[in-house]
Design a protein around this ligand. Sequence first.
Ligand code: F3S
Length: 288
Amino acid sequence: MRIEVAEHAGFCFGVKRAVDTVYQEVEKADGQKIYTYGPVVHNEEVVRDLEERSVTVLQPGETLPAGDSGTIITRAHGVSKETEEALLATGLRNVDTTCPFVKRIHKIVAEQSAAGKWIIIIGAAGHPEVIGIRGWADGPVTVIASAEEAEAFSAPEGTEICVVSQTTFNANKFEDLVAILNKKRYNITCVNTICNATHERQREAEALAARADRMIVIGSKTSSNSQKLYEICKAKCPNTCFIQTQADLDLRLHGNEQLIGITAGASTPKYIIEEVFKECQNRLLNKC
Ligand code: F3S
């Protein structure tokens, strides 16, 4: 029997960069306060560990610590222009870990909106990344997540439109929604801003799950990309479980399994993946 971990399991480039930055800031804090604007990653283990190292998580909407000293860190999802200005106004040292791929969307939205275009964001309206992107538009902006919403969209005739996407949106669904909008005969500029990291991880997980007798998806229940991975794997391998840490692992092997596959959402740190891998090895050795 073999255990195989998907090559791109765990942190994507942007999340790794953000989490590493927070740990580096903790190292050099020298007693100064460190805040993150929202949890740096959708993973309770990481957030708890950082809180134990005196990092304070500010919830969006919470009063910002004006006049305080220390550092405030924005996470990979990015923030709206208004929030960025409010963070600068706190007087705290600002460290921006917005993923460069998200920054690029902010720039497109700001420029296209300033050029008078109506912005459409294909994504989930309540997701922090989308809330941030939305906040870089100066004019009209609409968020669309479903075919019904795309069908229902209307703007005055002759309106110029720029379409962008949430980085983690499903690529096929994005194309379907753009096709619906294109039928409406607006003047549409479409920029596919979906990040490859998500697609790559999903494709790889699907291929591994198709070969595996057991599939383990590691991630937080609050992480939408981890949940998505679970759904993809479950469709290919009915024996798929969704766990947060090795403590949740319930393998109950039958003895006829050939391959156990492991993958993890973009917010799962490497050490948790390694712990699960080792736990699987132990259970195999002890046949439990
Ligand atoms: Fe950035 Fe893509 Fe991750 S946009 S935060 S590298 S999923």
